[in-house]
Design a protein around this ligand. Structure first.
Ligand code: NM2
Ligand code: OGA
Ligand code: ZN
Ligand code: ZN
Length: 368
């Protein structure tokens, strides 16, 4: 149940409005902010709620000539143009902060893998929602009981979002082949990495579905990139700062492709929070930073790489046939141990964007 919106009293000054809520909250809103957020039908299209004007269309000195509360809305007389504004009281107290905080993890996650049965997820929106929430909170989830059918991975991606087609195709087969164009298509071990840091924008999600695995080795390794970044920040703040400040080139080339992008190994947002990690030893290019930062940068890079190998940070498990790993490719690093044997190992993967998953999840939360 949504809690009832508190009632509000308004007191107007020329260039701002003070809102005093009966639960004690008091806040000032500038006149221009109120005008920009006017919800009247002349300002917002009633069919789609999209704004009908541009900020540059508004008078240079928006002022408030009158304000009162009536019928669940704040009614505003704006000067100098006499615009009659309307903003619902509930809108003024809306809470957008329903995005979950990431929860950091390490090796101990093996005991409580975020796991769900594919059949349940297909049938029950609540089960799908739990999977998508896990991807938001932990950066990955595992589905089990996914039929070992070629192409099945696409159907899973389309449960919540849109497949991102790339030079690797709409889906790609991960198995050992002769003359592999990418080391993923070999039986070598792969250190933990994020996929395609050489692509702009980087794919936000990766799905890996195991169809067959009848070899020795080939264990899955996962590391929480946000945790690794937090450890670096704690143990070596200067190294952390260097990796968030300087971008490095990543590159992938084959007969048809030449992809390049410059990214920072650790990306932070305007509030200093870690929002992405990009790491791939196979495709990092020549680090071309100025000579006076190169030495310190290498120290920082190597320190971060060593953290990514710590056993207490490494979640290790076997991706069995019928299991599908859904990962946030801007957070969770994945890898595999080398494998040998006469049997075969075959995964199919695809990429998808995060916005589709997030949109689906918000709609599910809204419906609950
Ligand atoms: N594959 C599996 O990002 C990478 O180059 C990792 C990607 C070839 C699509 C492998
Ligand atoms: C990949 C990859 C892991 C595996 O294809 O990008 O990391 O288990 N594969 O083969
Ligand atoms: Zn208006
Ligand atoms: Zn990979």
């Amino acid at each position: 149940m949504t809690p009832a919106t508190p009632t509000v009293r308004v007191a107007q000054a020329q260039d701002s409005l003070s809102l005093v809520w009966d639960d004690g909250l008091a806040e000032d809103r500038p006149a221009l902010w109120l005008r920009d957020n006017c919800r009247c039908p002349a300002c917002r299209h009633p069919d789609n709620d999209q704004r009908l004007f541009d900020i540059a269309d508004l008078p240079t000195e928006v002022r408030i000539a009158g304000a009162r509360v009536a019928d669940g809305a704040v009614l505003l007389d704006f000067a100098p143009d006499g615009h009659k504004g309307r903003i619902p009281v509930a809108w003024l107290r809306r809470i957008d902060g329903d995005e979950p905080e990431p929860q950091l993890w390490g090796a101990e996650m093996a005991k409580r893998l975020p796991r769900a049965d594919y059949n349940a997820v297909r049938r029950d929106p609540a089960a799908l929602r739990r999977v998508l929430e896990a991807v938001r909170v932990y950066g990955f989830a595992v589905l089990v009981g996914v039929p070992s059918r070629p192409g099945q991975v696409i159907e899973v991606a389309e449960l919540f979002g849109f497949v991102r087609e790339t030079n690797y195709g709409r889906l790609f087969d991960v198995r050992a082949v002769a003359n592999p164009s990418n080391l993923a298509y070999s039986d070598l071990g792969l250190g933990v990495h994020t996929d395609n840091p050489y692509r702009d924008p980087v794919p936000g999600l990766q799905l890996l579905h195991c169809l067959e695995s009848d070899v020795d080795g080939g264990d899955t390794l996962l590391v929480d990139g946000f945790r690794a970044a937090a450890v670096l920040r704690e143990e070596a703040p200067t190294a952390f700062a260097l990796l968030t400040q300087h971008a490095v080139p990543f590159r992938y080339r084959d007969d048809e492709t030449d992809l390049r992008a410059r990214v920072r190994l650790i990306e932070t947002d305007d509030r200093g929070r870690v929002v992405a990690v990009h790491y791939n030893n196979r495709s990092i290019g020549t680090i071309d930073l100025p000579a006076d930062v190169l030495g310190d940068f290498y120290d920082a890079y190597r320190r971060f790489a060593a953290i990514l190998r710590r056993p207490n940070l490494t979640l290790r498990f076997k991706l069995d046939p019928g299991a599908l790993l859904l990962m946030d490719n801007r957070r969770t690093l994945h890898g595999r141990t080398a494998y040998t044997g006469t049997g075969s190992r075959h995964l199919q993967g695809c990429y998808a964007d995060r916005d589709g998953l997030e949109s689906t999840l918000r709609r599910m939360r809204g419906a609950a």
